[in-house]
Design a binder for this molecule. Sequence first.
Ligand SMILES: Nc1nc2c(c(=O)[nH]1)N[C@@H](CN(C=O)c1ccc(C(=O)N[C@@H](CCC(=O)O)C(=O)O)cc1)CN2
Length: 289
Amino acid sequence: MTTSTPGRDFILTLDCPDRPGIVHAVTEFLVAHDANIVQCQQFDDRQNGRFFMRMHLESLNSAYGKDALIQGFGRTAEAYSMNWRLVDAAERTRTLILVSKYEHCLNDLLFRRRLGTLDIDVPLVVSNHPDAAGMAAAHGVEFRHIPVTPDGKEEAEAELLRLVDDLRIDLVVLARYMQILSPELCKSLEGRAINIHHSFLPSFKGAGPYGQAHARGVKLIGATAHYVTPDLDEGPIIEQDVARVDHSMDPARLAAIGRDVESQVLARAVRWHCASRVLLNHGRTVVFG
Ligand SMILES: Nc1nc2c(c(=O)[nH]1)N[C@@H](CN(C=O)c1ccc(C(=O)N[C@@H](CCC(=O)O)C(=O)O)cc1)CN2
């Protein structure tokens, strides 16, 4: 996270086995720490018995900053076996963007960042091709070309991981990055790598989905933003959308229509992830939009 001036607003997210008293325990903690609820969203998954909550809270007592709230909440979390996270709502997400040759999603993310509608800091753009160097420069972002060859994949991924650590990256976005990440890299980036797949998953996984869609004669094409896992294009889905197409369109036309859908879907997914609105739920997601 990029450290900003410590704010008073925090986001608490949690999931735990569902049982009576969870909300009471959380609000009791807030009252005891002079914190006020700004917004509270919750979901009870009655199929797997898990409870999910996202709470936007305001600390009214400067004695209770982020560290104090985290230390204090630990006891409540342990009592209810919570997975939980508390972040400063003002902190911006340090984001590394991966791209190959198609630059539309990269351009869209960087434009939204410049507009201020996407709260991300982008210290670096990385690509396995040199093509996007000009786009990064146009947005004032450093660019690193890390070629990926069949024999050099492991070394390329090691360099990427070094950059993630050195630059204190919180989120890696695969903005039409056309390399399959190794299981080891997926593990290192678990829950903080988002990919945009250019189809309405689970249809048309893998390479060339627009060609697959054209061959199938679809009347809708789509895009899917999902977390990256070792199982190609099978990670937890964050956001999707579609657009109408027809029989007269060739694969290139489908891809042209799809570009806007991909960009919009990826931007929403990144925005929601950075706002702690996406929680993992056994291979699926809970999105407090
Ligand atoms: N471990 C994962 N890696 C990646 C995922 C994922 O879900 N898990 N998503 C892909 C994105 N993708 C489609 O959206 C995709 C990218 C690449 C390929 C592919 O076959 N790549 C070839 C090389 C292609 C080239 O060099 O131009 C390969 O890696 O052998 C299929 C689907 C991103 N990575």
